[in-house]
Every structure is written in C-alpha cells, then in structure tokens.
Design a protein. Structure first.
Length: 188
C-alpha cells in the first residue's frame, strides 16, 4: 500500500470543520470489527463530501485573484472538480452508486491541473462492480485516494508560495487530508 503523505513530520492533522458531513472526516474511522461495504462507503462519502467542500473554499479564496496569479482558467476547472467530488460524496451517502460513479469520473477530468485524472482509476473501478465495494477492489481504491490526496497536497504547495493564495492552499491541504483519511479506510 502507498504510504500516506506526511504533511508534518510529527503526524499532526488539523481538525476539520464541525458538522454532519465533517464528523466522519476528522480522522480515519476505526471499526470495532471488519467494516461492511456499506460502512466503508458511508465513510468514503463523508470524506469525499468534505474534500469537495474544502476545494470549493479554495476556489472562493481565489476568486478575483486567478488572473493575477496566472491560474484564472484553472480556478474554473477546480470549481467543477470540487462540485463533482462533493456530489459524488453525497451520492455515496445516499446509496446512489451509479450517480457517484459518474461524478467520480467527472471529477477525474474536471480538475486535471490539480489532480491527475489517472490517479482516480482505482476509485472509479470501485463502483464498476455489481457488488458494492468488494474487498478485492479496496487496495486500488486506497491507492487512488492516497494518490489524489498527494496531488492536492502538491497543488497546495504550489499555491502557498503565492501571497494571495495562502488561504486557498490551506483549503487544498484540508481536502488532501480528508482524501488521505478516506484512502486509509480501505487499507487492511
């Protein structure tokens, strides 16, 4: 399995905002016994919803500065990717896996400047089975989520050096942490 990105050497992870959607995204959930596919999907949906919300916060923080930062066109693509990520999370929590599948595919291509579309493949494949989230798909889903998380963390690092984008970078880091936690759900 891919190691989680180290955002700080001491392992500190910031507390995400409170609220129903964020409750499952503070840290990887610990299950008393082996989680069911339904439990994993609910937790995944929460993490994806939170990541989408954080990505939208990033786009709001960049509003009006995109042209000055030389990223005007990519702010729109990040917005589209964020909406797809959030909608996929909602659909997963609503047990509408067909919609989730389509939204994950949309997110994969919408924000390519921030997340590599190829990184989404294991997550897309998770929804391609007749049985929801079969165990054999977990390692690839975990790798995909951790890869997307690392892409967002790299994007945050690029933004943090731009004076007007510090808040946006923080939002992307929080989105990365949420997807990192989601990736850890599917590890043995």
């Amino acid at each position: 399995a891919v190691a989680a990105p180290a955002l700080r050497p001491d392992g500190w992870r910031p507390q995400l905002r409170s609220g129903a959607a964020a409750d499952g995204a503070r840290a990887p959930l610990a299950f008393a016994s082996a989680p069911t596919a339904s439990q994993l999907l609910t937790a995944l949906g929460r993490h994806m919803f939170v990541a989408g919300e954080e990505m939208l916060e990033c786009t709001a923080a960049l509003e009006g500065y995109g042209e000055a930062l030389g990223i005007e066109r990519s702010v729109g693509s990040l917005t589209n990717g964020a909406i797809s990520m959030r909608t996929a999370g909602e659909a997963i929590m609503d047990d509408d896996l067909e919609t989730a599948w389509g939204e994950v595919e949309s997110a994969a291509y919408a924000a390519e400047g921030y997340m590599a579309s190829s990184a989404f493949q294991g997550l897309i494949d998770l929804f391609s089975y007749a049985e929801p989230a079969p165990r054999e798909a977990w390692p690839a889903a975990s790798d995909a989520l951790l890869g997307i998380s690392m892409d967002l963390a790299r994007s945050a690092k690029r933004l943090q050096d731009k004076v007007k984008a510090v808040q946006a970078a923080a939002c992307l880091r929080r989105a990365a942490l949420s997807l990192d936690a989601a990736g850890q759900l599917f590890q043995p």
